[in-house]
Design a protein around this ligand. Structure first.
Ligand SMILES: Cc1cc2nc3c(=O)[nH]c(=O)nc-3n(C[C@H](O)[C@H](O)[C@H](O)COP(=O)(O)OP(=O)(O)OC[C@H]3O[C@@H](n4cnc5c(N)ncnc54)[C@H](O)[C@@H]3O)c2cc1C
Length: 414
């Protein structure tokens, strides 16, 4: 591994750094720096508006969706330049949260499967943040097993008529478009009868209902479809080949999520360094030191694993399983870190929001952390992937894999 920039990479870093220094919304820098995982608000401004304005500015100067082709709103940059940009963007990168699904998953899926006309029409406003996209895959009966979904699309003339329900759709309440996975043939095995579309979220018959979370916010939604009409021209990929299209989205999902997971280590280290316990500074306490040491080892393991992925990108290779490992390890670590910080706060740990210590930073982290362990593949699914694809262990038992979908026994259809 060589962590030094090549001369070209160093020149790119310098250019990115000076553009960010001259253009970033500095008035939010401190707040973004100190906000933890789970914080999606700014004190005195609407984060969606601030994020859209920053994205628009980046797009106008050629710094949005760096690795996308220029014709579709990107810069045509190399994957390693994208990593350098993310390093330099630092806390301002937290403003990209609401674009992750569009830029990381919907965009690449559109790029692979949409018509040229649609790519030129829909991708530039997606890159510039003018339009926000969501991903409509999960359903009450289809989460980890997304191929078990039940939302139906039936062909009528040149249109498809969609009926059903999605759940956990992040950002659907502020999204303009979405990619939607549906069942088009229930008489074949579950993976073989799916078709993907993209749709306007303002279409008649789309009903978005925000879900209220434990932290009081609503980041994701239930989405109901009643006789929603989607033109056949908005189909992505062949009829009944939606599983292959979905795999493109899911591969990109793991890359985007895995690349950005936080561990909570800098936050807990700083907290313990400043905390006074009854018998002295927390940082001098033997138990606290043991905990910090074990998290330091994990955090540096993850750091160097991510450097391995970056080195692979720099050599023009595709990173391997590093992203599955990153999400698996960091997801549970951040939950442990937040729990420990609240234990150290004693009775005050049960407070939340601005009344709590450090304005509720660790409380927000704790409430968000289970979501990290579930989104983009649960811990168990990540372990299955590592076991099967990395270690070559025998596959999970999949009894319904080759059974026609409408023959799979369910509670109501034994
Ligand atoms: C913060 C957040 C944002 C999300 N955003 C979106 C979004 O924008 N769009 C979208 O479509 N979805 C979204 N999701 C949904 C997410 O993809 C699903 O929650 C996830 O795939 C798990 O599905 P499920 O909730 O139905 O759980 P289930 O699949 O029902 O799993 C329940 C439990 O069973 C375990 N399990 C399931 N299968 C296996 C197996 N084969 N082996 C071992 N254990 C297993 C799981 O690990 C889990 O512990 C989001 C979820 C979260 C938490």
């Amino acid at each position: 591994m060589n962590f030094d920039d090549t001369p070209q990479e160093a020149a790119f870093r310098k250019e990115a750094r000076s553009w960010i220094a001259a253009n970033a919304p500095k008035q939010y820098e401190e707040e973004l720096k100190t906000s933890s995982l789970g914080r999606t608000r700014l004190k005195d401004a609407d984060i969606l508006e601030v994020a859209k304005a920053w994205q628009k500015k980046k797009a106008a100067a050629g710094w949005a969706c760096l690795h996308w082709p220029k014709d579709y709103g990107g810069r045509g940059a190399s994957p390693i330049e994208r990593v350098i940009w993310q390093q330099e963007e630092g806390p301002f990168g937290k403003l990209s949260g609401m674009f992750i699904i569009g830029h990381g998953m919907c965009g690449p899926t559109m790029m692979a499967y949409a018509s040229e006309e649609h790519k030129r029409r829909y991708l530039p406003p997606l890159a510039s943040g003018e339009k926000i996209w969501c991903q409509l895959f999960s359903e009450p009966a289809g989460g980890s097993d997304v191929a078990g979904l039940r939302t139906r699309a039936e062909k009528r003339g040149d249109d498809w008529i969609v009926n059903g329900q999605k759940i956990w759709t992040s950002g659907a309440h502020y999204s303009d478009y979405g990619i939607l996975l549906t069942r088009t043939d229930p008489t074949v095995a579950k993976h073989k009868g799916l078709t993907m579309f993209f749709l306007d979220m303002k279409s008649a018959g789309v009903d978005v209902r925000p879900i209220r979370q434990a932290n009081g916010q609503s980041e994701f939604n239930e989405v109901y479809f009643t006789d929603v009409k989607i033109p056949d021209a908005q189909r992505l990929g062949a009829v009944n080949d939606g599983w292959n299209v979905a795999l493109t989205t899911l591969m990109n999902e793991r890359m985007s999520i895995g690349a950005g997971v936080a561990t909570g280590f800098p936050e807990i280290f700083e907290f313990c360094s400043n905390l006074m316990l009854d018998d002295g500074p927390a940082i001098d306490d033997r138990n606290v030191r043991a905990k910090l040491a074990s998290w330091a080892v994990k955090a540096s393991g993850l750091k160097y694993t991510s450097f391995r992925a970056i080195s692979a990108l720099s050599r023009g290779e595709r990173p391997g399983p590093e992203n599955s490992i990153g999400k698996l390890v960091a997801g549970s670590m951040i939950q442990d870190v937040a729990m420990y910080a609240l234990d150290l706060q004693g009775a005050a740990g049960v407070l939340s929001g601005d009344q709590a210590e450090l304005a509720g930073k660790f409380q927000a982290m704790l409430l968000r952390s289970p979501g990290t362990r579930v989104e983009g593949g649960t811990d168990e699914i990540m372990r299955n992937i590592i076991a099967e694809r990395v270690l070559g262990l025998p596959g999970d038992i999949r009894v319904d894999k080759d059974v026609p979908f409408n023959q799979i026994p369910t509670k109501g259809r034994a």
